[in-house]
Design a protein around this ligand. Structure first.
Ligand code: ZN
Length: 75
């Protein structure tokens, strides 16, 4: 008896096909925030997804940064 494998496709860092569990979104694929008919290149089935964008802020004292030094990373 074949049991359906468990697929984690919600709250993942990469878009995961709910049909086959294959991770989508290679660097050469530009994904939209939402798609109601995304075709999985692995299994060929379509599914819908929504991406939640999380904004991260980086602040520090000063304000004389000329843009040459990124505000994130080691100080
Ligand atoms: Zn698939």
């Amino acid at each position: 008896m074949e049991s359906e494998k468990e697929i984690y496709c919600t709250g993942t860092h990469h878009l995961v096909c709910p049909h086959c569990g294959e991770e989508q979104g290679c660097s050469d694929v530009d994904l939209d925030d939402y798609d109601d008919a995304f075709e999985c290149p692995h299994c060929g089935k379509t599914f819908e997804y929504e991406r939640e964008c999380i904004a991260l802020y980086y602040s520090r004292k000063g304000g004389r940064n000329d843009g040459s030094t990124p505000l994130w990373g080691p100080v």
